[in-house]
Design a binder for this molecule. Structure first.
Ligand code: G3P
Ligand code: CA
Length: 291
């Protein structure tokens, strides 16, 4: 998963111009050039549209970005929904619509109640009326756009059994057939037990662990996760190489997708560390800087 497009190395002859005649010993070293990392739109293209909404999925699509990341929670009545925080305050108008429901935790609201909330106007008036999508709606939009999904299980300890629920919704939405599982879906979490659970329920699904385990602990992670996805602030080239030396549960080398990289200069550094993917709010900026 997250296979990068190979970039041809610049040759010495091209650097020196046509007609240059060089003996092998005179040939300068071709400069190292990393392949372009896969670019993942973090919470959708959340620099341009309200995070985790269908508008953010479409904004990524409009930029030509295939991979979209999201965050999944569960409502009081068991519906899976897409938003980042465990409460609704920052990204909706819940305090106005339900003033007596502090602390406004997602788990305390029904899916029907969430449909009354505006999840767009906090970001910009042009997004007024955007809703908190259900996971099903989100999957349909990603599918409609022929995009790919890096699905994060958020706060799994708050939602016992959410892994099984997610797999059920993915299956019902057509996301567990061979082609989706092979190349269009990754499930990740900060919770190692949650990642393990997904792997044990559906060993064919590609998984990712969010965090930066100690190098000595990486072999244990490689038993159940295909990716180690660390914060950009925590890594360097040595760490990336240590991860990539290992093989994951599917017999392929572990991959590294780092987050959240929004500046071109940081994206270039991350690429030069050798990461496989970069998760960003500004996918066009990262793509242009690293390709
Ligand atoms: O996908 C990586 C990233 O989303 C993890 O952090 O807090 O943005 O969900 P957060
Ligand atoms: Ca996330």
């Amino acid at each position: 998963m997250f296979v990068r497009t190979a970039t041809a190395s610049t040759t010495a002859a091209a650097l020196l111009g046509a007609g240059a005649l060089l003996l092998p010993a005179d040939r300068p070293e071709a400069p190292e050039r990393q392949d372009a990392p896969v670019v993942v739109a973090h919470r959708g293209a959340s620099g341009y549209a309200p995070e985790n909404t269908l508008a953010a999925v479409d904004a990524a699509d409009a930029l030509g970005i295939d991979w979209v990341e999201n965050d999944v929670h569960r409502t009081r009545d068991g519906v899976l929904v897409v938003l980042h925080d465990t409460d609704l305050k920052r990204t909706t108008d819940v305090e106005q619509v339900f003033p007596d429901r502090a602390p406004w935790a997602v788990k305390d609201f029904t899916a029907a109640e969430l449909t009354k909330l505006d999840a767009g106007s906090w970001f910009g008036t042009q997004f007024t009326g955007a809703r908190v999508p259900t996971l099903t709606q989100f999957l349909h939009r990603v599918e409609h756009n022929r995009q790919k999904l890096l699905l994060e299980i958020k706060s799994p300890a708050t939602y016992p059994g959410i892994e099984r629920d997610i797999i059920q919704v993915l299956g019902r939405s057509g996301w567990l057939d061979r082609s989706h599982v092979r190349s269009r879906l990754v499930i990740q979490s900060f919770g190692a037990d949650s990642v393990k659970k997904v792997h044990s329920l559906r060993p064919d699904i590609t998984t990712g662990f969010l965090g930066t385990p100690a190098v000595a602990d990486l072999p244990a992670y490689a038993a159940f996760t295909d990716q180690i996805n660390p914060s950009y602030a925590t890594i360097g080239a040595d760490y990336v190489a240590a991860v990539q030396r290992l093989k994951g549960p599917h017999g392929k080398r572990l991959r590294v997708n780092t987050w959240t990289v929004n500046k071109a200069a940081d994206a270039v550094k991350a690429r030069d560390y050798g990461v496989d993917g970069i998760i960003t709010n500004f996918p066009d900026v990262v793509r242009d800087a690293t390709s």
